[in-house]
Write a protein that binds this ligand. Structure first.
Ligand SMILES: Cc1cc2nc3c(=O)[nH]c(=O)nc-3n(C[C@H](O)[C@H](O)[C@H](O)COP(=O)(O)OP(=O)(O)OC[C@H]3O[C@@H](n4cnc5c(N)ncnc54)[C@H](O)[C@@H]3O)c2cc1C
Ligand SMILES: NC(=O)c1ccc[n+]([C@@H]2O[C@H](COP(=O)([O-])OP(=O)(O)OC[C@H]3O[C@@H](n4cnc5c(N)ncnc54)[C@H](O)[C@@H]3O)[C@@H](O)[C@H]2O)c1
Length: 495
């Protein structure tokens, strides 16, 4: 039996990151992937949906431009757009494959090994591989990393066939823009696809969530902007209603909603997208003889460590945060823990995220919803994009930024949210401050390029220190500071 220092099952972002970190330690590592390398990070998730989003933004900007110049706007050809998405996905996958191939041509080749097949843990140090080509084998590994990711959660009463009723995995089966689509689950995936379809302007989008609004985990001031932009593109958000039935009839989706007053309404649409969260892939991964602790959410881990000392779980298989950056962080962390000391603690509070909506929403650390849930006393300061020169130059002042700090003298940064153009690049300075546990003093005196969206951060922080250039007492609609304590939010008055 071939022997390895570590065997990684699953070649998505988390598994790939783990395998590459093992190479740094000069360890013999085997990476097993049953499908295509890259997982949901590339194939039917992060990269493909973001390519659709970028294309849809361009299409929307073109429509707006045509309208303002009184020129007829062109139709968007689905097949041409899809081939662009496929090209982008192919490019990223080729990069990884080229990298894997060439790693074997240089001195690191003795460390990195790859096999395409289905891995299963059959003993504490033994993995069986059902190979795509050739005979099945068993290998021995001192350490095993489970990185088999997640899949879309399905609902018992919705007949998903990935042709008419789809999950995000089935989006690639679309052959043209549907005339209409209902999205069940208005979380991150649901809202990103609502944005994409409505940006192209060829699909009437309906949205349903089990909560009474879209993005139920996000602050309401942010949701208001996203909702009103979606609605301006004629997205129908079903509120105060519950999905009671969905079926496929004559190739169409027929769904029934029940409203709060007990009345019902039936809708017909061409397609449905079900995006109600994801579930970890851990079934058929571990033989019954391997006694690993599980609960109803999946394999239990403590900072990647499972109940078996040499077996670790990283990425979406651990039922916490499902993000590429978190998967990569966990993959690298597990390897560092096995072969040395982790370079940094595994802390989830400072994770940066972007939601690719209209406009984009970027965040790091806590939002107000989470701070209240945790019973944390905080101060929040908000600045509207209408006060930021760059947004004015872009002629797009739709958005705002807010910083949340501890409600004490120190004013430690707890989190930040930005909704608007360039949101993603505005959070980095604050992400760094949070990770360093610093207060806002440093931010107030940083020099930013002009004009840039991040200048708004400085003005927010100066507002907290009562030394902003624009005075919140004058621009009450655009600048706001409030303090939250004992369940009560109070405005802070300035000059
Ligand atoms: C539509 C969508 C959009 C997203 N957008 C973003 C985004 O913008 N930003 C972001 O950070 N995150 C995004 N995500 C989440 C992100 O894609 C995942 O968090 C990330 O891919 C998880 O990485 P992973 O390696 O844990 O799992 P996966 O990417 O799921 O990879 C797991 C791999 O394991 C393989 N595998 C499974 N079982 C076995 C087995 N028994 N043997 C061998 N191989 C196996 C699978 O084939 C797969 O390749 C998105 C997800 C979706 C679905
Ligand atoms: N830009 C990004 O970073 C990005 C993009 C896409 C996905 N992701 C990751 O993928 C994960 C999964 O995305 P998702 O959108 O599937 O999950 P989600 O948790 O973001 O949203 C699921 C939504 O479905 C709703 N819901 C749950 N059960 C329902 C039911 N029975 N009927 C109607 N609505 C129901 C929830 O209220 C919630 O709003 C995200 O948590 C995120 O970590 C990240």
């Amino acid at each position: 039996m071939e022997k390895y220092d570590v065997c990684v099952i699953g070649g998505g972002p988390a598994g790939y990151a783990a395998a590459m970190r093992a190479v740094d330690f000069k360890k013999k590592v085997l990476l097993i992937e049953k499908n295509k390398i890259g997982g949901a990070g590339i194939q039917n998730g992060a990269l493909s949906s973001k390519t659709w989003w970028e294309l849809s933004r361009e299409a929307y900007a073109l429509r707006v431009h045509c309208k303002s110049t009184n020129v007829p706007s062109p139709d968007h050809n689905f097949q041409i757009l899809k081939s662009e998405v496929d090209k982008a996905v192919g490019k990223r996958r080729d990069l990884l494959e080229h990298h894997m191939h060439n790693i074997n041509l240089n001195s690191q080749g003795e460390y990195f090994h790859y096999v395409q097949g289905i891995g299963k843990v059959v003993g504490n140090t033994v993995v069986s591989i059902k190979k795509l080509e050739g005979e099945d084998i068993e290998i021995e590994a001192d350490n095993i990393i489970l990185a088999t990711g997640s899949r879309p959660r399905k609902l018992d009463n919705i007949p998903i066939d990935e042709e008419t009723i789809l999950t995000s995995d089935g989006i690639e089966n679309l052959k043209s823009f549907p005339k209409s689509i209902v999205i069940v689950g208005a979380g991150v995936i649901g809202c990103e696809f609502a944005t994409i379809f409505s940006n192209f302007g060829q699909t009437k989008v309906h949205m349903i969530d089990k909560g009474n609004r879209i993005l139920p985990f996000e602050d309401s001031d942010i949701v208001d902007i996203i909702e009103s932009n979606l609605e301006s593109k004629e997205v129908l958000i079903h509120r105060n209603s519950q999905l009671v039935d969905m079926k496929i009839e004559n190739g169409m989706v027929v769904y029934t909603l029940e409203y709060n007053n007990g009345s019902r309404e039936i809708f017909h649409v061409e397609k449905a997208l079900v995006s109600v969260g994801r579930v970890p892939n851990y079934e058929n991964l571990i033989s019954g003889s391997v006694k690993i602790n599980k609960d109803n959410k999946g394999i239990i881990d403590d900072l990647t460590q499972t109940s078996i000392p040499n077996i670790f779980a990283v990425g979406d298989i651990t039922a916490d945060i499902a993000l590429v950056n978190v998967g990569e962080l966990e993959g690298r962390y597990a390897i560092e823990k096995i072969f040395g000391e982790p370079e940094r603690p595994l802390i989830y509070e400072n994770i940066s995220t972007i939601m690719f909506l209209a406009p984009e929403v970027a965040g790091v650390g806590l939002n107000e919803v989470k701070a209240r849930e945790l019973g944390i006393s905080y101060k929040v300061v908000c600045l509207d994009y209408s006060c930021i020169s760059r947004a004015i130059a872009m002629r797009n002042t739709d958005g705002f930024m807010k910083i949340i700090v501890s409600n004490d003298e120190e004013m430690r940064v707890l989190g930040m949210r930005v909704v608007g153009e360039h949101a993603s690049s505005s959070i980095e300075a604050v992400a760094l401050l949070i990770s360093m546990g610093k207060g806002i003093g440093e931010l107030a005196e940083l020099i930013h390029p002009h004009p840039s969206i991040i200048e708004g951060i400085q003005e927010c922080v100066r507002m907290l220190l009562n030394k902003s250039m624009l005075k919140p007492g004058v621009l009450r609609q655009a600048m706001r500071c409030a303090s939250y304590h004992n369940g009560e939010l109070k405005n802070v008055e300035f000059i």
